[in-house]
Design a protein around this ligand. Sequence first.
Ligand SMILES: [Zn+2]
Length: 58
Amino acid sequence: MSVFIWAAIAIGVLIALVLIFKTTKSSPHEALSFSSHCKKCGYKTNGLKCPRCERLAE
Ligand SMILES: [Zn+2]
C-alpha cells in the first residue's frame, strides 16, 4: 500500500514539474506583455516612460 502512495507522490511531483516548466517557458511572453505596463504602478505605457511616475519624480 505504501508503494502505491509513493507512486502517487512521484506522479504528483512530475505533474508539478511539468506545470512549473510550462510556466517558465511562457514567462518571456508574459514579461514582454508586462513591459508595456509600468513596473512601479502598472499604468499602461506601451513601452514608453510612465507619465504617472514621471510626474511623481519631478
Ligand atoms: Zn508608473
